[in-house]
Design a protein around this ligand. Structure first.
Ligand SMILES: [Zn+2]
Length: 162
């Protein structure tokens, strides 16, 4: 078994690079005001965008669906892990989105790796495998497989992109 990135039972501080970041990094600050904290209350009635076509959806017209997705991780509540809420402007676009996710395989190791990552982020310090299992709600064996899965992906990523 190849454990080169995580020698022994200790993990370095967090996963190495290459772990997919789900947020894509774009912020809300568009337009003349650059999203400053002052001014209008930001949280009110943010219009939803269609996940399929990106168009603005009138309030009350949004359609939602919940699909299984092994890359979906809730920020803190494990009960919501593995589920993604899709938002669409029309029943057609919702159907297309649901179809796309149906064709994406649900990889349990990916889901476990996400839980391991979240646990490491929340602790902000190296954990041994037992502590990590406890913190992530997984068994030691699942943590082990999650780490292997992650390392394999990181290796393939480096091979392709440098
Ligand atoms: Zn749409």
């Amino acid at each position: 078994m190849d454990r080169d990135a995580f020698p022994g039972d200790e993990f370095p501080d967090g996963f190495p690079d290459g772990f997919p970041d789900d947020d894509g990094g774009e912020g809300a600050g568009e337009g003349p005001f650059e999203g400053g904290p002052e001014g209008e209350p930001a949280e009110e009635e943010l219009p939803e965008l269609c996940d399929q076509c990106g168009s603005l959806i009138d309030p009350g017209e949004e359609l939602f669906a919940l699909v299984p997705d092994s890359s979906a991780l809730h920020a803190w509540d494990p009960d919501f892990d593995g589920k993604r809420v899709l938002t669409a402007c029309s029943i057609d676009h919702l159907a297309e989105l649901v179809d796309q996710y149906r064709r994406r395989p649900f990889v349990v190791e990916e889901q476990w790796a996400g839980k391991v990552c979240r646990a490491l982020e929340q602790h902000g310090e190296p954990l041994n495998i037992d502590a990590l299992a406890h913190a992530s709600g997984l068994s030691a064996d699942q943590v082990d497989r999650a780490v292997d899965w992650h390392n394999e992906r990181a290796r393939r990523w480096r091979k392709r992109f440098g």
